[in-house]
Ligand binder design. Structure first.
Ligand code: ATP
Ligand code: MG
Length: 338
């Protein structure tokens, strides 16, 4: 398995780590999905782990010893994608000086991962649909039909249903791909995963730099928990990589956590706007944001235990609980933290 292996007791399935209920439910379904040969559609914002999930499916399936072929549909020029996927014969187009196998052939007996499937042009969508229905295809410029036994996993960070309505994505292909859907929530909606993933990445980058046993300080962790992660797990991984490089000692401090302020859309949106709103309104908004983040951070640090979190905040349990209720925070979300 090419992804970093998760240590001992960290819940993971083939490198896909999780602590949140939402991801635990996905992790539970992965072996079931891997046991079938139907197409899978993985959706989720950028950096939520679509590819690592797809790889887990491949390595859990009977095709694990077969090839894993990943194609980024957004990276292949529109006019070449058909021949890239299905191959071509000599002379099929001006630059086809010799015949070439497509990736569908290369993936025979294994899994083909079609990333950014929303970028697949309509013509190629038709060919892919036929392939999914019959395992049959014709290389560009070839009259004879060929067969290949391939499982297809597609991923998209755009809502394909909207594209179907706009006639930019074939509805029949959407239905065919969506037999087994997997939806990865953004990291800000599963904050319970932040600590687990952060510590995992710290270990990974620490080992890569000689294994000095670097650890996150409580303040550094709080800073990570308070941020909204528009770039999701990938952004968290980059931030941790940088912090491991920046940290002078074995302890990674809050100051070593360099979050790109340009990406902190939430903080910008919530910043006071003296020109546009009253002092009272601006203060209320900023205070509410602070309250929610403060409470969520403490709950995450204390695994959802209200008594411990209230104690750390030096508030009585009842007053703390009132705040939790005011912000409609579900404390069970934090129960699974490591
Ligand atoms: N649950 C997870 N456990 C461990 N590592 C993860 C997890 N989710 C994401 N990662 C890591 O975060 C990075 C981004 O994940 P991945 O490439 O799978 O995202 P993606 O959804 O395919 O992003 P994009 O839409 O930008 O292609 C990778 O380095 C991946 O290994
Ligand atoms: Mg990806």
């Amino acid at each position: 398995m090419p992804q970093g292996t998760a240590p001992g007791r960290t819940p993971h399935i083939r490198g896909f780590l999780y602590a949140s209920d939402a991801c635990a439910r996905i992790a539970q379904r992965l072996p079931v999905i891997a046991g079938s040969d139907s197409s899978v559609l993985i959706v989720g914002e950028t950096g939520t782990g679509k590819e690592i999930c797809a790889q887990a499916l491949h390595y859990l399936s009977r095709r694990a010893d077969g090839p894993w072929v990943a194609v980024n549909c957004a990276a292949v020029p529109v006019e070449l994608i058909e021949s890239e996927l299905f191959g071509h014969v000599k002379g099929a187009f001006t630059t086809a000086h010799s015949s070439r196998h497509g990736l569908v052939k290369e993936a025979e007996g294994g899994t083909m991962f079609l990333d950014d499937i929303d970028c697949l042009p309509l013509l190629a969508q038709g060919k892919l649909l036929r392939f999914l229905q019959q395992q049959e295809y014709r290389p560009v410029g070839c009259n004879t039909v060929q067969r290949s036994d391939v499982r297809v996993i597609a991923a998209s960070n755009r809502d394909l249903r909207v594209m179907v309505k706009q006639n930019a994505f074939r509805q029949d292909l959407y239905f065919r791909l969506n037999v087994l859907p997997v939806a990865l929530p953004p990291l800000r909606e599963r904050r319970e995963d932040i600590a687990l993933l952060a510590e995992h990445f710290v270990r990974q980058f620490d080992q890569a730099r000689g294994g000095d046993g670097r650890r996150l300080s409580a303040q550094a962790l709080q800073k990570l928990l308070a941020y909204d992660w528009p770039g999701n797990v990938r952004e968290l991984r980059h931030v941790i990589e940088r912090s491991v490089l920046l940290a002078a000692g074995a302890r990674i401090e809050a100051d070593d956590i360099a979050i790109d302020p340009a990406l902190d859309a939430d903080a910008q949106a919530e910043a006071p706007d003296p020109a546009g709103e009253s002092f009272q309104a601006a203060k209320k908004r900023v205070v509410e944001r602070f309250e929610r983040q403060y409470i969520e951070t403490l709950l995450a640090l204390h695994h959802g235990n209200l008594t411990h979190a209230a104690h750390a905040a030096k508030k009585n349990r009842r007053a703390f609980f009132e705040l939790v209720r005011k912000h409609q925070i579900d404390t069970r979300r934090f129960n699974d933290s490591p």
